[in-house]
Design a protein around this ligand. Structure first.
Ligand SMILES: [Zn+2]
Ligand SMILES: [Zn+2]
Length: 387
């Protein structure tokens, strides 16, 4: 079968990979038919990041912790890329009871067992079971290369999913797979940044610093509006993203001119919730200083420089909370999908390019906000086992 393979910056191609098989009775095989590009994939696609990160790690320009997360040679091709998909179940092991052949499911980007202490604490992206089995020892995931395990990327014809009853979440009736193309990562990342703090502060005001994690910032702005936030202010310097944020119901604030991000006049004490998606230390500090007493800021970007400054005294003054860390998608995925099903939240408005699956090598590196690939699902009714 073919797998979309990242070779090096500017070069993606289909490469052959053996079809996966069911290895354990709790495995499933799925066929992705909608795949979205995670914001983080822009890093190896658009910057000479492998070489630059190696040099940065050696010279101290990049925080050494980054090396412990992604390895000393990050993003070196070739590896199967892509870790957001909606798929059809094509085969299940004898102990799988929660999903059946033909079911349409969302596959979380990180592999997790569902039963270890980390998983039970809701930290499925930190699953101890799957991380221990991955060569890097810290992360088991689709689409991040061999240090994160043998799982491969999601732009592929067949994917082996272990712990299938735990991992796979069925799409609710009536939800368009294209709408929730990013539910396996970025859309749920945005959800965890706005739903819990807004649930505790109904009608609260929300600030989104956008532009770095492009789709996450926009999903967060749209979800905040849909969740009934009193005010949603979206700050960015990208015209196309500002238009999307406005269409999603946010008030937009254009950063412009040479001063760029420093130009946004953040008034301290205005926001209950902040989402930092600019991936800049400055954005992080502005977001934290903008919080009202008791406010919560979730940082969803990457902060690669060593010693990113955090205004702790400002946070002390406002009893602010800063939440960081990779997104543990699986525990919150059912709630997000139910919300999309009942509210009709139009997440697809963030999608800036829908392309044919076959064109993946040509389009996956496109400089666009959010790319979604699709192909027709299979007609599996004939092969589904009666139950
Ligand atoms: Zn991702
Ligand atoms: Zn686990």
């Amino acid at each position: 079968m073919r797998e979309l393979t990242f070779v090096r910056r500017g070069r993606l191609e289909w490469r052959d990979r053996p079809d996966p098989v069911l290895q354990l009775p709790t495995d499933a095989l799925v066929r992705p038919f909608v795949a979205a590009r995670c914001d983080g994939d822009a890093l190896p696609l658009h910057r000479p990041v492998s070489r630059a990160m190696q040099v940065g790690l050696k010279t101290g320009l990049i925080d050494p912790v980054v090396g412990s997360i992604v390895g000393e040679v990050p993003f070196r091709g070739p590896f199967g890329i892509g870790h957001e998909c909606v798929a059809q179940v094509t085969a299940v092991g004898p102990e799988v009871t929660g999903v059946a052949v033909g079911d349409v499911v969302v596959v979380p980007w990180a592999l997790s067992c569902g039963t270890c202490a980390q998983c039970r604490a809701g930290l499925t992206a930190k699953c101890a079971t799957t991380a221990a089995e991955s060569p890097g020892g810290t992360l088991a995931a689709f689409g991040f290369g061999p240090t994160s395990g043998p799982w491969g990327g999601m732009v592929v014809d067949s994917l082996r999913v272990p712990f299938a009853d735990h991992m796979l979440v069925r799409l609710p009736e009536g939800v368009d797979p294209l709408r929730v193309a990013a539910a396996g990562d970025n859309l749920t990342d945005a959800w965890r940044a706005v739903y819990p703090p807004l649930h505790d502060r109904p009608g609260g005001s929300v600030l989104v610093m956008g532009g770095g994690a492009q789709s996450i910032g926009l999903y967060a702005a749209g979800l905040a509006v849909a969740l009934g936030a009193g005010v949603v202010d979206y700050v960015d310097d990208g015209e196309a993203r500002l238009e999307v944020a406005q269409a999603l119901g946010a008030r937009v604030h254009r950063l412009g001119g040479r001063r760029k991000r420093s130009a946004f006049p953040v008034t301290p004490g205005r926001y209950d919730v902040a989402v930092e998606a600019s991936s800049s230390g400055r954005g992080l500090r502005q977001a934290l200083r903008a919080l009202r007493p008791g406010g919560v800021c979730t940082a969803t970007g990457y902060y690669l420089a060593p010693g990113t400054k955090v205004p702790v005294m400002d946070m002390y003054a406002t009893s602010a909370t800063l939440r960081v860390g990779v997104s543990s998608v699986r525990p919150v995925l059912p709630h997000l999908l139910d919300f999309v099903a009942t509210s009709g939240f139009a997440a697809e408005r963030v999608t800036s390019l829908v392309a044919d699956w076959d064109d993946a090598p040509e389009v996956y590196g496109a400089r666009t906000i959010k790319l979604v690939l699709h192909r027709p699902p299979l007609d599996l009714a004939a092969t589904a086992s009666p139950s």
